[in-house]
Design a protein around this ligand. Structure first.
Ligand code: C5P
Length: 231
């Protein structure tokens, strides 16, 4: 199984199909809000029919009952991973898992992971705008422990926090890490970034890579380079 999840942050089915046509083997992709809001959830079917594994990154964050209902309806799309925001609290995360179990109706439910702090959030923004004091690390580890208590399968965090989360939540608790950049890349809007080699060193299970691959001159070559760094 590949360790690199490619973020399909495109706005049309045509761009997605052209991009995926470069790959002969199934890869892991992430479908987020840009693509879903452009194409609807039909895009999940298109990508699945091409044989790829899917992390559906819709980051649910609402009252528990609404998240439960939303997850119930996502459970049968055949995706591998879905997510919600840990900031919604333990009751909301429990409701997310419950919704998936109801929707899966005794079958295999998608894994459910919690977004801790976005990798575009700095300590300053977390303290001064979100009103959360202290270090990002402490907040992220606390959110990961909440997610574990709620019965979630893992978290989305930055590479910088992955090892501490494994220590606090155990080796089987998944860490999925965006904010990945090659040493030569621009950081764009991301703040807590790291290279694929460092992600491997820190024990991250899966890395999420968007622009470093999708905007590179040769996406397939860059994908292979990054995937080899994670092996
Ligand atoms: O282009 P880039 O590699 O920065 O894309 C990262 C992807 O990961 C985006 O699709 C973004 O929505 C997602 N993501 C993130 N930070 C999180 C959760 C998801 O960057 N904490």
């Amino acid at each position: 199984m590949s360790k690199t999840i490619v973020a399909l942050d495109f706005s049309s089915k045509e761009e997605v199909v052209n991009f995926l046509n470069q790959f002969d083997e199934p890869i892991y992709v992430k479908i987020g809000m840009e693509l879903t809001y452009a194409c609807g959830l039909d895009i999940v079917k298109t990508v699945k029919e091409m044989g790829h594994h899917i992390f559906l990154d819709l980051k649910l964050h609402d009252i528990p009952n609404t998240v439960k209902g939303g997850m119930k309806n996502l459970a049968n799309l055949g995706v591998d991973i879905v997510n919600c925001h840990a900031g919604g609290g333990i009751a909301m995360m429990k409701a997310a898992v419950e919704g998936l179990e109801i929707g899966a109706n005794g079958g295999k439910r998608p894994l459910c992971i919690a977004v801790t702090q976005l990798t575009s959030t700095s300590k300053e923004a977390m303290n001064n705008e979100l009103g959360i004091p202290g270090d990002v690390m402490d907040c992220v580890v606390k959110y990961a422990l909440n997610a574990k208590e709620a019965g979630m399968d893992g978290v989305v965090c930055s590479v910088l926090e992955a090892a501490a989360i494994k220590k606090a939540c155990g080796p089987d608790f998944l860490t999925v890490t965006p904010g990945i950049r090659l040493a030569t890349d621009s950081k764009d809007d991301q703040k807590r970034v790291a290279t694929p080699d460092y992600a491997k060193e820190q024990g991250c299970d899966l890395i999420v890579v968007g622009r470093s691959i999708t905007k590179s001159a040769n996406p397939k070559e860059t994908y292979d380079l990054i995937e080899n760094m994670m092996k």
